[in-house]
Design a protein. Structure first.
Length: 212
């Protein structure tokens, strides 16, 4: 077995079956570098270009940690746009097939808040959303992050470029300090280093260069 086989990760059988049915045979470079660290609970700064397979790198981690019997938000994935949040949500749903009754809710701006509030009333395990709208639900009391174990910042550089830094900070202040924090970014400007210092504990950095 070489070190890009998913089989060596010891994932739940349902997750392994989903990977097989998705046609994922080998880990991509970012997955091979980051998944062992993610599954070991480390905080991570992962620098990798679009299309490198980052979603499964954090998705398999948060699904491995999920306790479906506990209907509380255990994973939060923040994304810069609604389009990206919808893509991530769809990918996580595919990875979660066969795990009984996983409830995933998307919370994005540019769409009415009331239906989201109603959906949250039925409970959720995983939230995927944009920072401003997630913060709005925290402020109005329709979302609690007290049971959060995994926080993912996807495309963190884009979120900072779009001015979400302040909202991200306010969301994170409402999460438990012992959470795992996974930061994914295509670039690593000063703002990302600063953000990491404020919210991560002893993070490991992994970088995957473009394949071209
Ligand atoms: P990124 O977030 O880095 O831009 P994605 O997570 O969206 O990348 O993945 C890009 C594409 O690669 C998706 O279509 C996804 O289904 C596919 N993919 C991810 N991991 C693997 C893998 N191990 N084997 C084959 N395809 C994969
Ligand atoms: Mg992505």
């Amino acid at each position: 077995m070489n070190n890009t086989e998913f089989a060596q990760l010891g994932l739940a059988p349902a997750l392994q079956e989903n990977l097989a049915s998705l046609g994922y045979q080998q880990m991509t470079p970012i997955q091979a570098q980051s998944l062992p660290l993610v599954l070991a609970g480390r905080d991570l700064i992962a620098k990798a270009k679009t299309g490198s397979g980052k979603t499964a790198a954090f998705g398999l981690g948060l699904l491995s940690r999920l306790d479906v019997g506990q209907l509380q938000v255990q994973s939060l994935i923040l994304c810069p746009t609604r389009e990206l949040a919808d893509q991530v949500a769809q990918a996580i749903r595919q990875l979660a097939r066969g795990l009984a009754n996983v409830k995933l809710v998307t919370l994005c701006g540019g769409t009415p808040t009331a239906p989201q509030t109603a959906t949250l009333g039925f409970g959720a395990h995983i939230v995927v959303g944009t920072p401003g709208r997630v913060l709005k639900h925290l402020e109005q009391g329709s979302l609690s992050l007290k049971a959060l174990n995994t926080l993912v910042l996807d495309e963190a550089d884009r979120m900072l470029d779009m001015g979400f830094g302040e909202d991200i900070g306010q969301v994170i202040r409402q999460t438990p300090p012992q959470r795992q924090t996974l930061l994914f970014s295509a670039t690593y400007p000063d703002g990302i280093a600063q953000l990491s210092r404020g919210i991560q504990r002893d993070p490991v950095s992994v970088t995957v260069e473009a394949l071209h």
